[in-house]
Ligand binder design. Structure first.
Ligand code: NAD
Ligand code: ZN
Length: 236
């Protein structure tokens, strides 16, 4: 079967990814089938009030996630996204995922809208660190001994203005947007594809299920991330 789109026809491709991108790597999604985080109440363990109330409990939850994601490997979909860099002048990944799998697959430009499981910061001083330990045993700031905080956008947190601006700039300048594995219900991330649409880009959605944003897309492929990318572009 000939591919639906010739990737070489495009100048700037943005891959906009959600938890479904990493499902084939074994990282559980948040919503949808299998979308559970062990027995934890996600909202209860992923917000600033919970951290202030029980920092050790919040770290226990995030260390569980570190261990789970640390055992997972990038899948063919992540590798496909990376390989596109050989075919088009500009490739940008805008992801809602915090798992770091795009970077591990070798993608060069990744804007992590919701932060990273592998980064932590101290809100008492300005300490920041990227550590891949799973679990992370030192949860105190080396400078001031306050509790470090996972550098993740939790429920109720603001997104980083710098990251949003970088993502918006890529979306304004792309001619192809491929959205993969996002339920499109978490704002403001969910509305970012509109920015690309308004700039005249071609929009493709890859997701086994319909989403509230499906009507915005020019092409919808109802399949998994890796199969969808293969179907869209053919072997690369
Ligand atoms: P979501 O869990 O709300 O939705 C996942 C979507 O992926 C669903 O629409 C589902 O139909 C689709 N999907 C399932 N399997 C798929 C596959 N194999 N291929 C393609 N699509 C598939 O995810 P979201 O929209 O990213 O929002 C959840 C929020 O929770 C995010 O903001 C994120 O920060 C966080 N989260 C991150 C991770 C991660 O880092 N991997 C995992 C879970 C949740
Ligand atoms: Zn500190």
């Amino acid at each position: 079967m000939s591919p639906a789109i010739q990737i070489r026809d495009f100048h700037h491709v943005v891959f906009f990814t959600g938890a479904g991108m990493s499902a084939e790597s074994g990282v559980p999604t948040y919503r949808g089938k299998g979308g559970i985080w062990k027995h934890y109440d996600y909202e209860r363990y992923a917000c600033q009030p919970a951290f202030e109330r029980d920092p050790v409990g919040v770290w226990e939850f995030h260390n569980y996630r570190r261990e789970l994601v640390g055992r997972c490997q990038p899948n063919d979909g992540h590798r496909f996204v990376t390989a596109c860099e050989q075919l088009v002048p500009h490739v940008t990944v805008v992801t809602q995922n915090i798992d770091g799998l795009h970077e591990r697959a070798g993608s060069s430009t990744v804007h992590e809208l919701h932060g990273s499981l592998w980064r932590s910061r101290c809100d008492t001083c300005s300490f920041r660190a990227t550590e891949f330990d799973a679990p992370l045993t030192e949860i105190h700031c080396p400078n001031c001994r306050a509790f470090k905080r996972p550098d993740i956008v939790w429920f109720g947190d603001m997104l980083s203005a710098d990251v949003i601006e970088s993502a918006m700039s890529a979306l304004r300048n792309c001619d192809l947007l491929v959205s993969i594995g996002t339920s499109a219900v978490v704002y403001p991330a969910a509305e970012l594809p509109f920015v690309a649409k308004q700039s005249g880009a071609h929009l493709v959605e890859i997701n086994p299920d319909d989403t509230p944003m499906s009507h915005v897309y020019d092409t919808c492929l109802r399949t998994t991330a890796s199969d969808g990318l293969r179907e869209l572009f053919g072997p690369i």
